[in-house]
Design a protein around this ligand. Structure first.
Ligand code: PMP
Length: 363
């Protein structure tokens, strides 16, 4: 028998059920309405399938290592310099590059109370110490972050719009944070949901104004490509050069590169998904407010729905599951009384609202 010594092991990725969005089946159910991982209910652009099909003829060749075509498309669509873009296996990988390059044993990395649950996993994996800072009424509190900065702080994570809150901080607040950290720490502006926020540039202006900021983005949400794993980051040239040193040369496959470029260039599809999400998000929020539930305005593709208490949230979750609807429990994010519900298509949103109305005796 071995005796364990030293500190208790920290949870790794596989133990973090709040991150692993994999559950897509319910026992005894053939069909599930999956509203638990903030996926695009309309899927990806129809052009993606054609792009993948034509990429199949070159699968015997290695993919390009420089991602030039995809970075050029990212540059064109976002009006940015493609030489300041790095692509990764999901934005997860870009986040990992940042932590791997800029934090290590003895260093501290700040993330907010309700921030994305992968951050502490990456921070611990690099041997650094995660520092969790409270939010104020479910919104990131810049003063609280600045109060937690020490000589050992290397990175600050800002999820904007937040997950699972869906809230945003005003542009001036993000700029104040970036400015205060200049020369001290890197600010990661994680904009995984930024395309769903009206008129928002996803952190690009912040990067252009501050050399210590990296904006990260994903193809998993508005582009409907979660299963393919593609993300990117935009930062100052120096920072991109450092991150590129830890990137594997063939981290993205031919198929990933072709699909991402096709998705990005189908701007009509992106606009349709954005507008549909905005309309259904407003409709579902109002329907849930009418049921007496508490729901903040969301700038993402999900709603954080707060019930009277934890028991009420668990009962609603059980009722949704019994009807084949999967949503996300968010107790691990600090919201035992809430459920995070992805905004589905019109049919899906009506199903959720009707089911909850019935469950709460309001039908
Ligand atoms: N950041 C946030 C805030 C997220 O919610 C997610 C996905 N759940 C990611 C990053 C990672 O996205 P991906 O690796 O699929 O690009």
């Amino acid at each position: 028998m071995t005796t364990q010594t030293g500190p208790a092991p920290q949870p790794g990725i596989m133990e973090i059920d709040l991150y692993v969005g994999g559950q897509s089946a319910l026992p005894g159910r053939d069909e599930v309405l999956k509203l638990s991982s903030n996926e695009n209910p309309h899927g990806s652009s129809p052009r993606v399938k054609d792009a993948i099909e034509s990429a199949l003829s070159t699968l015997h060749r290695y993919p390009p290592t420089d991602h030039a075509a995809l970075r050029a498309a990212i540059g064109e669509v976002n009006g940015i310099d493609p030489d300041r873009v790095i692509c990764g296996v999901g934005s997860d990988e870009v986040l990992q590059f940042v932590v791997q390059c800029f934090a290590g044993p003895g260093d501290e990395v700040i993330h907010t109370e309700h921030g994305f649950s992968l951050y502490p996993v990456l921070i611990r994996a690099a041997g650094a110490t995660p520092v969790k800072v409270p939010e104020r009424d479910r919104v990131v509190d810049v003063d609280a972050i600045l109060g937690a900065v020490t000589d050992r702080t290397r990175i600050v994570f800002l999820t904007n719009p937040g997950n699972p809150t869906g809230t945003m901080i005003p542009g001036e607040e993000a700029a104040r944070l970036a400015r205060a950290l200049e020369g001290r720490a890197i600010l990661v502006h994680d904009g995984a949901y930024s395309e769903f926020a009206d008129g928002f540039d996803g952190g690009i202006g912040l990067v252009d104004a501050h050399p210590n900021v990296i904006a990260t983005r994903t193809f998993s949400k508005i582009h409907g490509l979660g299963g393919l794993r593609i993300g990117w980051g935009y930062a100052a040239r120096d920072m991109i050069d450092v991150l590129t040193r830890v990137r594997q040369p063939f981290n993205l496959s031919t198929v990933q590169l072709a699909a991402a470029e096709a998705a990005l260039r189908d701007t009509d599809w992106v606009e349709f998904c954005r507008a549909d999400n905005a309309a259904m998000r407003a409709w579902l929020r109002q329907a849930l407010l009418d049921l007496g539930l508490e729901v903040d305005e969301s700038h993402a593709n999900f709603l954080l729905v707060r019930f009277a208490d934890e028991q009420a949230a668990l009962a609603a979750d059980a009722a949704l599951r019994a009807d084949g609807i999967l949503v996300r429990r968010v107790a691990g994010y600090g919201f035992p009384e809430a459920l995070r519900i992805t905004v589905g298509d019109e049919v899906g949103c009506h199903r959720v609202a009707n089911l909850l109305a019935k469950h709460l005796g309001r039908a």
